[in-house]
Design a protein around this ligand. Structure first.
Ligand SMILES: Nc1ncnc2c1ncn2[C@@H]1O[C@H](COP(=O)(O)OP(=O)(O)OP(=O)(O)O)[C@@H](O)[C@H]1O
Ligand SMILES: [Mg+2]
Length: 464
């Protein structure tokens, strides 16, 4: 496990995402708590003013019924029994001397826009105990200069308000803290895994194609990504390997004929040969050039078949006609060699195919059969309309051992026994590529004796 510095985590996409989420979540929490705060405080505030108003109404009623004396009595009743009640009263005479109530002096406070005074008052809670509390009050002038103050202690209300405020701050603070910690905790393992991917890709860029990203087996999305990347890397390695092999082989296989060509031209240039000998040399050179061209063409055909671009050139092809054309070409060659040639099966099967490449594939199979079947043998070319439509080329030659049947499909692969015969080892590679181009099956089997190659096309034949 590698250590991931925090500064790097702060720059990661995961952490930023966590932050954005946190901002969203944090502001929702803020709005929600703010709403709770506003609603709660306004309810408490409303309650206070309602109580105050009710008190004022009650005292006004006393005054209306019993005059100043009744008011005085009512205040004394309210303050006498519980000197530290939440109700605050003060009745003063025209000279400002207190007559009744639970505060001693007329407070000097300005009114707010609703006509309330906000007071800070000392309330006697015991013999020598004085409590400084906040209160909300209304004042009235009673007849003849007497003044009345009716208030309510709102200290408790303020405490609740403060408590809510503090809770809100803590809530938001904790949300941010937990979110931040969560973001860090979430980013760290992800960053570690992405680091592993980066390390591997860097190693691969530097040339170590065999490197793979470590899989966790957890089948989460990152693991799936890792698996896909590894599969892609394996495929790339395979392709690079194949390409390297092909170019090695091309270089190797072309060196001999090119060197021969070079030497012959050199000899001819010396000018010491007679005309007949020079001509012979030139003809041999031409043959070498032809062979080189043949190799190149075969490689190009394979590349064309493998690229899939050739699919655009698919057309309706009569395989029966194609087989007959090929038989016409190869039958004489076989018979010249003392090998019998037989053509069997359907006269006409039409399907969508690449005319040139399909013909070349059949030609390559027949070429092999003729080349590798000794005198006295038999070659059979058969077409079956299926389904599936199959083209079979069978011979009675030496055949290909089962463990070599896959290998001979590769470019430039030839069996040791046949190294002395002319050829590049490209014929079956083209057949293989053409089969894949047509989504056709290719099967190399034992013909007891000999080789039997079967191409089976999955296509529905198109009615003639
Ligand atoms: N009908 C066959 N009987 C026996 N061996 C075969 C037959 N066809 C192919 N092979 C073996 O498979 C090898 C690969 O065949 P392929 O057609 O790819 O190449 P090639 O015939 O050697 O050369 P090219 O076709 O390029 O001229 C051959 O070299 C040969 O060893
Ligand atoms: Mg061949």
């Amino acid at each position: 496990m590698s250590f991931v510095p925090t500064a790097r985590i702060l720059r990661t996409a995961t952490f930023r995402m966590a932050l954005a989420y946190l901002a969203l979540f944090g502001s929702s929490v803020f709005v929600l708590l703010g709403f709770v705060y506003v609603v709660t405080t306004s309810v408490i505030e409303q309650q206070t003013t309602q109580l105050l108003d009710a008190e004022v109404t009650a005292l006004a009623e006393q005054h209306r019924l019993h005059g100043l004396v009744g008011l005085h009595r009512a205040i004394q009743r309210r303050t006498g029994a519980k000197p530290h009640a939440t109700g605050i009263y003060l009745l003063t005479d025209p000279l400002g001397r207190p007559l009744a109530g639970n505060i001693e002096t007329w407070p000097a406070a300005a009114r707010d826009e609703n006509g309330f005074l906000h007071l800070s008052i000392a309330i006697r809670t015991g013999e020598d105990e004085v409590d400084l509390r906040t209160a909300l009050a209304r004042t009235f002038v009673v007849d003849g200069g007497y003044r009345l103050l009716v208030g309510r202690d709102i200290e408790d209300r303020l405490r609740i308000q403060q408590l809510i405020e503090r809770t809100m701050l803590w809530g938001i603070g904790l949300t941010l803290l937990l979110g931040l910690a969560g973001g860090l905790a979430m980013s760290r393992p992800l960053l570690r895994r992405i680091d592993a991917i980066n390390r591997t890709t860097r190693a691969i860029i530097e040339g170590d194609l065999g490197r793979r990203i470590e899989e966790r087996g957890s089948s989460d999305e990152l693991d799936v990504l890792t698996r896909n990347l590894n599969a892609m890397l394996a495929r790339i390695e395979e392709l690079v390997g194949a390409m390297r092999q092909v170019s090695d082989n091309v270089a190797h296989d072309l060196r001999t004929p090119l060197t021969r060509l070079h030497n012959r031209i050199e000899v001819a240039l010396m000018g010491e040969l007679g005309e007949a000998r020079s001509r012979e040399l030139l003809e041999a050179t031409l043959k070498d050039a032809d062979q080189l061209l043949g190799t190149f063409n075969a490689l190009l055909d394979i590349a064309k078949a493998e690229s899939g671009v050739a699919r655009e050139a698919f057309e309706e092809v009569d395989l029966g006609e194609l087989a007959r054309d090929m038989a016409e070409l190869y039958q004489p060659l076989a018979e010249d060699k003392g090998v019998r040639f037989r053509q069997e099966g359907a006269g006409s099967v039409r399907l969508r195919a690449h005319r040139h490449l399909a013909a070349q594939a059949i030609a390559n199979l027949l070429d092999n059969a003729v080349k590798y079947t000794p005198r006295g043998g038999l070659i059979a070319l058969a077409l079956d309309e299926g389904p599936p439509v199959t083209v079979t080329v069978a011979d009675t030659g030496p055949g290909i051992p089962p463990d070599q049947r896959e290998a001979v499909l590769e470019r430039f692969v030839r069996l040791d026994a046949h190294r002395s015969t002319p050829g590049n080892g490209l014929g079956l590679s083209l057949v293989h590529a053409v089969a894949r181009l047509h989504d056709a099956g290719l099967e190399l089997a034992d013909n007891r004796p000999g080789l039997r190659v079967r191409l089976s096309f999955p296509h529905e034949p198109t009615p003639a």
